[in-house]
Design a protein around this ligand. Structure first.
Ligand code: DAH
Length: 344
């Protein structure tokens, strides 16, 4: 029996030694130490032994069991360690590899132009306001001295939702809305950037949706020279110090007198080229002294208050400033176009 136990120990230890999977260790456990395992079998035959031999063999059997158990434990730990090391090796990160590039977004070119203009006017004490894009006929036309049937409406006849509600055709309605909000007894200085909509056929210089910035200054003793000084400052800020401006007489129902402002062509410096159609000048915006009826309808007494207003198109300004040939580029979201204007 002694030999039998020694043989069991030798065989089991060899199997453990050679095992390279947990499952094999499990098998050894069952085969040698289990209820029906080899050691148990040997112990069952103990009855045949002489009584003085029994404790000796019993102790031997116990030792064999302990040795096998210890070997199993050791091997199990070794396998666990190897497995962990293998996993760590597989998951090693090479910190010297170049990273994946992160793509940064940036402002849309029109947003940048609008913010540049906002900065200038905020510096002059103006407030930036917003108005609804779905507007009433009253604010879009009537409050601007364009009563129903006025011929000047036709130029802007547009996207009507009902007879009385339409997509605003310009940002000018915000003039009346702001004056009303101010209550008729306080100076008003505001600009309003936003989207406007017209029934235009889209081409390189027309889009059914575009942007405008409205400006309004109402106070006591506001004069045409104030308008001219403000517009000159604006032109220099956006197009450079040596740009000249000129005001041409024009007509808008909500201003009297009305003007259109040109800047000297930045491409040819005023000598004449394709961009300025050989005139040396480029039209930039409409402006004028606020019509007394517009002041009156919005609650300002035209005998006490006067003001100027202007309206410009950031699309057009961006096109001139950056030599962009087609207004539709602003609205078709081609990332290759838009990215050119992102800061690095
Ligand atoms: N609302 C005019 C347009 O869309 C632009 C304009 C002209 C606005 C003269 C003004 C202004 O405030 O004084 O054509």
């Amino acid at each position: 029996m002694r030999e039998e136990l020694q043989a069991i120990e030798k065989e089991a230890l060899e199997k453990i030694e050679n095992a390279d999977q947990f499952q094999q260790l499990q098998q050894v456990q069952v085969e040698y130490l289990g209820k029906k395992g080899s050691i148990t079998k040997v112990l069952r035959g103990m009855g045949k032994l002489a009584p003085e031999e029994r404790p000796v063999i019993g102790e031997l059997a116990n030792n064999v069991r302990k040795t096998i158990q210890a070997a199993l434990k050791e091997k199990k730990e070794a396998l666990e360690k190897a497995e962990l090391e293998k996993k760590l090796a597989e998951e090693t990160i090479d910190v010297t590899l170049p990273g994946r590039p992160v793509h940064f977004g940036g402002n849309h070119i029109l947003t940048s132009i609008i913010e540049e203009i906002e900065d200038l006017f905020i510096g002059l004490g103006y407030e930036v306001r917003e108005g609804p894009e779905v507007e009433t006929d009253y604010y879009n036309f009537e409050a601007l001295n364009l009563p129903k049937g006025h011929p000047a409406r036709e130029m802007q006849d547009s996207f009507y939702i009902t007879n009385e509600i339409l997509l605003r055709t310009h940002t000018s309605p915000v003039q009346a809305r702001t004056m009303e909000a101010y209550g008729g007894d306080k100076p008003v200085r505001m600009i309003c950037p936003g989207k406007v909509y017209r029934r235009d056929t889209d081409d390189a210089t027309h889009s059914h949706q575009f942007t405008q910035i409205e400006g309004l200054y109402v106070d006591k003793n506001v004069r045409m020279s104030d308008l001219k000084g403000t517009l000159k400052l604006f032109a220099e800020k956006l197009f450079g110090k040596d740009r000249d401006i000129r005001l041409r007489p024009s007509f808008f129902p909500f201003t009297e007198p009305s003007v259109e402002m040109d800047i000297s062509c930045a491409v040819c410096g005023g000598d004449g080229c394709n961009v300025c159609k050989h005139t040396g000048w480029i039209e930039i915006l409409g402006a004028g002294m606020v019509h007394p009826r517009v002041l009156e309808m919005a609650g300002y007494d035209p005998n006490v208050y006067s003001g100027f207003a202007f309206g410009m198109g950031p699309d057009r300004i961006a096109m001139l400033k950056y030599g962009i040939d087609d207004i539709r580029r602003f609205y078709t979201n081609d990332i290759r176009f838009l990215k050119q204007f992102h800061e690095a």
